[in-house]
Design a protein around this ligand. Structure first.
Ligand SMILES: [Fe+2]
Length: 250
């Protein structure tokens, strides 16, 4: 069990089914997201306990459907294909502190077949009050910062996976990505975009990621993430002419 020590410290729920109550969402081009709400009987603040002025801002910037999806959720984790991951978690920095939400981005930068550089970013709303920025930063540092308690557990897994995949068995065996296949049906109530399964323990996102990766690797001519005809089918084409970079907006 990866985070057993966190359970013993009172920083993670003892029931591993806590991560079961959510949506497992993927879209075209390999992107995927898990959205986990509180288990039944575990009260958590709405909107991850974000400060009032930020919650008001949500109503102005998001659609009503997006607001309702965000309202009950406590853990959001996902990857923008191929190597930018998002973690938005409501967690306590230690067993004496109340949970605080934080947002982190990860950039996975392969340096070779057995080496990965990971850049970890912490983000917080600039309009948030100073007390919240401080709480959110500390929650990130203590849990999923580079030296955070959860991050250390996960880094151990990543090192083990890399080591094992370089071994003899991995060269001859096949990996199984079937979790949830033929068992989970897409959630008919999901407003979109993408396809969602009403359970976070599944591998539909992983299959979606790898299927798109395979398309890219096997294409005769370069495929580009933007070359969609809008119905989820990826078109093969020559590289598009460079566009004027869009102005970044916060
Ligand atoms: Fe983990």
């Amino acid at each position: 069990m990866t985070h057993r020590s966190m359970v013993e410290l009172g920083l993670a729920p003892p029931d591993p089914q806590f991560a079961l109550y959510g949506e497992h969402v993927h879209t075209e081009h390999g992107h995927g997201l898990g959205i986990i709400g509180p288990p039944p009987g575990m009260p958590l603040p709405e909107f991850m306990g974000m400060p009032e002025n930020i919650v008001e801002e949500l109503g102005r910037r998001l659609t009503p459907e997006q607001v309702e999806i965000f309202r009950p959720n406590a853990f959001i984790h996902g990857t923008v294909f191929p190597n930018l991951s998002i973690g938005n978690f409501l967690m306590a920095r230690d067993h004496l502190s109340p949970p605080s939400p934080f947002l982190t981005l990860r950039l996975w930068h392969p340096l070779g077949p057995d080496k990965m550089e990971v850049m970890s970013f912490f983000l917080v709303e600039k309009e948030a009050p100073d007390w919240f920025k401080d709480e959110s930063y500390k929650a990130y540092l203590h849990t999923f910062g580079i030296s955070g308690a959860f991050e250390q557990d996960d880094a151990e897994n990543w090192r083990s996976i890399t080591r094992v995949l370089g071994g003899q068995f991995a060269k001859t065996g096949e990996l199984n990505y079937q979790m949830g296949r033929g068992v989970h049906e897409p959630d008919p109530n999901w407003p979109g975009p993408g396809e969602a399964y009403p359970m976070d323990y599944a591998e539909a996102n992983q299959r979606n990621f790898l299927e798109y990766w395979m398309q890219l690797m096997l294409a005769d001519t370069p495929l580009h993430a933007g070359n969609s005809n809008g119905n989820g089918k990826v078109e093969t084409s020559a590289p598009a002419a460079p566009k004027t970079p869009a102005k970044a907006e916060a």
